[in-house]
Design a protein. Structure first.
Ligand code: SAH
Length: 450
């Protein structure tokens, strides 16, 4: 097999990154955007020892699950790499990821629920972080083509709240008006690197963050005055990121105008969110995810609860009024400040959040003799660590509720829990990110020993 070779392929499967999978002369070929059941003529892009990547030249037989995507760029940029698949098939795809990982790990007798659909399938994101670059002599916002840093200019981001798209475009136009240069990542020059916009569906408040190479620039006062006039914008923050790096946000924020935080709601609770703090992206699906987790936790008024990887405390504070106490752990200092302030804001005085790594704090608490009843964990993609799992188990909780955004690390961690007297019998996938391959899920582990 050679690069640029043209081959006819029958697609038999979908990879976890949502690429079509075909077999050809002993090689596995991953075909961008192709679907199972399709027959395509494809061009080979890259050849490795046992597998290759290809792109579709022509679809000879089309899958009935294919939908036409209005803007092909959404799929191309990876912004919505499942957008060409019917929504019910997306849900099935996500459930299958979990089923297949369990099978590979030889874990039997586990029921995998139907993926809980998202109330909104487009426009659901309450936050967008979009790169700003110069394309053909003009400042553009958009998204990088997959596996590259070529900006594809966009004004409709499809999965983002349309009110956020409106603000992104208005700010882009102002950057053009004041001739503020886009960031040039090759020479680490220019000015605006990213636009980061958050909007609360509950309050309508909008925070705009300009990620800039400098702390200040001559046009900033005039630009700020005009941004203040954009409907709904309640604060402007300049995030200072002088480094030559792919990391989006720098370490320092300067408040240009308005409130330093945006206020949002989950259920009856109010939350203030700082620029660096994590907040669930899909506002309407979040309470449904939490309810699924909390219902199965079966909390009692005497319970001592831990909220690990807490962000701004949304899970712990949602249950605080029904339990004895909540202790939270989160590594981002501002998020912990937000969590403790959010407890006060909601009249909760039995919840306390601590700054630090969960894998450091939990062992400390365990060695101090802490006993818990229920532990909620909601780690990033890399999952938990053995140190955390050891320590969590030592505090003898009846239940550990695992909210996962990566089924591969979830299954790895569940295997370790099983060796420590904890069992589970079902996993419920939840669609937090329609049109993308991300799989969120809830699993409840119960203690079997005494
Ligand atoms: N439970 C929250 C946040 C989940 S996102 C919610 O539902 O909104 C995961 C959180 O874990 C992020 O806030 C991230 O900053 C935090 N985090 C990442 N690594 C961590 C670690 N090693 N220890 C503690 N928190 C960590």
């Amino acid at each position: 097999m050679k690069k640029n070779q043209i081959v006819d392929l029958k697609i038999t499967d979908l990879s976890y990154q949502a690429m079509g999978v075909a077999h050809y002369e002993g090689m596995t070929v991953f075909v961008n955007n192709a679907l199972p059941g399709e027959v395509v003529t494809a061009k080979i892009l890259k050849v490795k020892k046992r597998y290759a990547f290809a792109k579709i030249e022509e679809i000879k037989k089309e899958s009935p699950d294919r939908v036409t995507v209005k803007l092909n760029q959404w799929v191309q940029t990876g912004l919505a790499s499942l957008a060409h698949i019917k929504y019910d098939k997306q849900l099935e795809f996500k459930r299958n990821q979990v089923v297949n990982l369990l099978k590979k790990a030889h874990m039997k007798n586990v029921e995998v629920g139907e993926t809980l659909p998202s109330p909104e399938q487009t426009g659901y994101r309450n936050k967008a972080q979009v790169p700003v670059r110069e394309v053909k002599g003009q400042l553009e916002i958009g998204f990088f083509r997959r596996h590259s840093h070529d900006l594809v200019p966009l004004t409709n981001f499809f999965t983002t709240d349309p009110e956020i798209d409106r603000v992104l475009v208005a700010v882009r136009d102002l950057l053009r008006k004041y001739q503020i240069p886009a960031y040039d990542e090759i020479n680490n020059k220019g000015e605006v690197r990213y636009l980061d916009v958050r909007r609360s569906k509950a309050t309508g408040e909008i925070m705009v963050i300009l990620v800039c190479l400098h702390k200040d620039f001559p046009q900033l006062p005039d630009l700020a005055k005009d941004i203040e006039k954009i409907k709904g914008v309640t604060s402007l923050i300049l995030n200072y990121n002088p480094k030559k790096t792919n990391v989006i946000l720098g370490k320092t924020d300067y408040l240009v105008f308005g409130e330093p935080q945006i206020t949002d709601k989950i259920g009856d609770l109010k939350f203030k969110i700082s620029p660096e703090s994590f907040f669930q992206i899909n506002s309407l699906q979040t309470p449904r995810l939490y309810n699924l987790a909390i219902k199965q936790a079966d909390l009692k008024p005497k319970d001592v609860v831990v909220d690990a990887y807490s962000g701004i405390g949304t899970i712990g504070l949602s249950v605080a009024k029904h339990v004895k106490s909540v202790r939270g752990i989160e590594v981002v200092r501002d998020a912990v400040k937000d969590a403790n302030a959010n407890a006060k804001l909601n009249g909760i005085n039995n919840a306390k959040y601590t700054t630090g790594k969960a894998e450091k704090i939990m062992p400390r608490w365990a060695s101090e003799g802490m006993k818990t009843d229920v532990i909620f964990v909601d780690p990033p993609r890399k999952g938990l660590t053995p140190e955390f799992i050891d320590a969590a188990v030592k505090t003898k909780p009846k239940k550990i509720v695992y909210i996962s955004c990566n089924p591969a690390t979830l299954v790895r961690d569940l295997q370790l829990f099983q060796t420590k007297d904890y069992t589970f019998n079902r996993i419920d996938p939840v669609d937090m990110f329609p049109q993308t391959p991300h799989v969120e899920s809830v699993t409840v582990l119960e203690r079997t020993g005494k």
